[in-house]
Write a protein that binds this ligand. Structure first.
Ligand SMILES: NC(=O)c1ccc[n+]([C@@H]2O[C@H](COP(=O)([O-])OP(=O)(O)OC[C@H]3O[C@@H](n4cnc5c(N)ncnc54)[C@H](OP(=O)(O)O)[C@@H]3O)[C@@H](O)[C@H]2O)c1
Length: 285
């Protein structure tokens, strides 16, 4: 079931602090901040008391003015535009954690990214910065070319080559990739398990190809695969990610910016999937 209406959607924002409460330290009017996805997950492990989520369990940030606790705010890298910074809290942090935070991947290892949406393109940019070999799948040859221009080493069209796991195995001399960022979910998981190496990792973040499907679990344990569920990340992870973004001058790929009054068209465009990277709503126009 969807959220009860009226509801304010969206989980990522960048904006300017207008006023601060008496107890706020280290933030002033005029400062530029991003919202964080989990306002109460500052650091350490996820725990039941840290589960509130902006734009999911709580009202989201799709508004011109809003009030947030200081714990729900973080500073984005200075060199990014407001539009670019607005893409960081959810998709970028999910990709950061899926690829680099706690995965132990080493330069030269191979990662497979599904599709060219917001999470996957950030994952590609982080993989390239970390010296990983990145194989990207997409339904479009044109998007695969864009991914290669961003540093992908190989592309597989999952429409013309529906057995993309076989292609990934071939590209890795039969060994399999070290990590898959799984945005497809149940509909693609069986192929991801085939595509990954023995003791490889699947960072499970999405379910664009469905949430439920029968699965032969022997394929997981026979290959000693680690399936790692991921929901975004903590403030501490966001700060680590921003350091890497600054060090490597990573500019988020923003496909299109819509004025907020055209939010409906923005959601339609997202649904149609013609984009690469992120779609942003501008609340200043
Ligand atoms: N767990 C978390 O913390 C978290 C955070 C953010 C997002 N998510 C979830 O992660 C998923 C991706 O989010 P997003 O923001 O990147 O979405 P998005 O920008 O809408 O990504 C859409 C793209 O995914 C690709 N795709 C769709 N079905 C696919 C399939 N069967 N196999 C391979 N690629 C497929 C397509 O790429 P091509 O056009 O190139 O084919 C499509 O354009 C969503 O399910 C979202 O809800 C989870």
């Amino acid at each position: 079931a969807g959220p009860s209406i009226p509801y304010t959607p969206l989980s990522d924002a960048c904006g300017i602090v207008e006023e601060v409460g008496e107890d706020v330290k280290g933030l002033r009017p005029g400062d530029r901040v991003c919202s964080t996805f989990f306002p109460t997950w500052q650091s350490g492990r996820l725990a039941p008391e840290k589960l509130s989520m902006l734009g999911a369990s709580e009202l989201g940030v799709g508004q011109q003015h809003f009030l947030l606790p200081q714990s729900a705010l973080a500073r984005p890298p200075d060199f990014l535009t407001d539009i670019q910074a607005a893409t960081l809290p959810c998709a970028a942090l999910t990709a950061w954690r899926a690829v680099l935070d706690g995965t132990g991947l080493l330069p030269g290892e191979t990662i497979l990214l599904q599709g060219t949406g917001g999470v996957s393109i950030f994952a590609l940019q982080f993989a390239v910065a970390a010296g990983l070999r990145a194989i990207v799948t997409s339904s479009s040859d044109e998007k695969l070319e864009r991914a290669k221009a961003l540093g992908a080493t190989d592309g597989i069209n999952y429409r013309s080559k529906p057995d993309w796991a076989a292609e990934a195995l071939q590209l890795t001399s039969g060994k399999g990739v070290d990590l898959v960022v799984e945005v497809g979910g149940a509909g693609t998981l069986a192929q991801s398990i085939r595509a990954v190496r023995l003791e490889g990792t699947i960072s499970l973040v999405g379910m664009l190809a469905g949430g439920t499907q029968p699965l032969d679990v022997r394929t997981i344990y026979m290959k000693n695969v680690i399936v790692r569920g991921i929901t975004v990340g903590s403030l501490e992870m966001f700060q680590r990610m921003c350091k890497a973004i600054s060090a490597h001058n990573i500019e988020p790929v923003v496909c299109k910016v819509f004025p907020w009054r055209e939010a409906r068209s923005a959601f339609e465009a997202l649904k149609q999937g013609g984009h690469i990277g992120k779609i942003v709503l501008d609340f200043t126009t």
